[in-house]
Design a protein around this ligand. Sequence first.
Ligand code: NAP
Length: 343
Amino acid sequence: MTDVSAGRRLTVAIAGATGVVGTAVREILAEREYPVGELRLLASERSAGRRLPFGGHDVAVDVLAADSFADVDLAFFAAGGAASKRFAPAAAAAGALVIDKSSAFRSDPEVPLVVPEVNPDALAAHKGIVATPNCSTIQMVVALKPLYDAAGIERVVVSTYQAVSGSGKKGPDELRRQAPRVLAGKPAEAAAYPYQIAFNLLPHIDDFLPGGFTKEEQKMVDETQKIFADPDLKVAPTCVRVPVFNSHSEAVNVQTRRRLSLAEARALLAAAPGVELIDDPTKLSYPMPIDASGLDPVFVGRLREDPTIENGLHFWCVSDNLRKGAALNAVQIAEELLRRELV
Ligand SMILES: NC(=O)c1ccc[n+]([C@@H]2O[C@H](COP(=O)([O-])OP(=O)(O)OC[C@H]3O[C@@H](n4cnc5c(N)ncnc54)[C@H](OP(=O)(O)O)[C@@H]3O)[C@@H](O)[C@H]2O)c1
């Protein structure tokens, strides 16, 4: 990051430091040279005493507790919704600014839900907790933002292809365990998911709601409307878990309010912050999850007009769910808070 800290170094805590998102937060803070003075790593009793590297030293993991946050400036929460509900208010009351990765506070009208490329101004209203959206929402809204600003958006139909790392460390562990068993003709033995995930697709992420949508799908609707501050924006999602280790993909169909030509849409996406266009069918060039993993952008390709509706566009987008979908978005929020002198 550009140095906006004026020499100040912050005491930073990561709750859920041993998980896949907490690990990525620790790595990205170091990579982007966030001005961390002291780092506190917090997890459950299972991980107490483990030592994890940061800034040339090993830092011991402590047990997350209500009194973990004395003198903490900034607390990243990546320990699940129950831990966030239980400990984030205590962290905020102790004076830490909480950046929460769980869904615990996303629909709370008092809590800004922020993607820095889309709605950074929402940060100004924080009251000690800032929420970061679901991974599938983040990459979609980054790609939609330039189209929304230029032409308005009436409706979005999205199908997701979500990697197993989106389920936390148990997801990749299960795929790694099942794949050789299935290839050897043995039973897959599902534990993290209700059915075998290796060589299969599950049209089911998070719990089912009474109307037939899943909570993951409902999050894409509610969060997109909150981020764009547009309750009329229609979003119709289907969320699918796929046997890909990392990086989520999405097929997105957009109906804009004003017509955008293909050339206009391409130019808008090419210039959009956080987006990288990879779109040349003549060279078989399009985004794929194996190429996106470990990288920051939301990759967009397969851009084309939808001739079946008025003002329709299709695109495909791929992004690393642990980075832009989770840890990177949280660290970018921390950078923006510092830039705006809000922490
Ligand atoms: N994975 C993604 O792509 C993604 C994307 C967006 C948002 N998120 C959200 O980020 C959060 C973390 O997810 P993850 O994927 O990183 O999960 P994970 O790999 O399973 O890690 C969970 C972390 O939380 C800790 N933890 C669990 N229960 C705890 C408790 N009661 N007290 C203290 N620590 C506890 C675990 O510590 P131990 O090691 O001690 O068990 C571990 O550090 C979740 O809210 C998730 O919904 C994840």
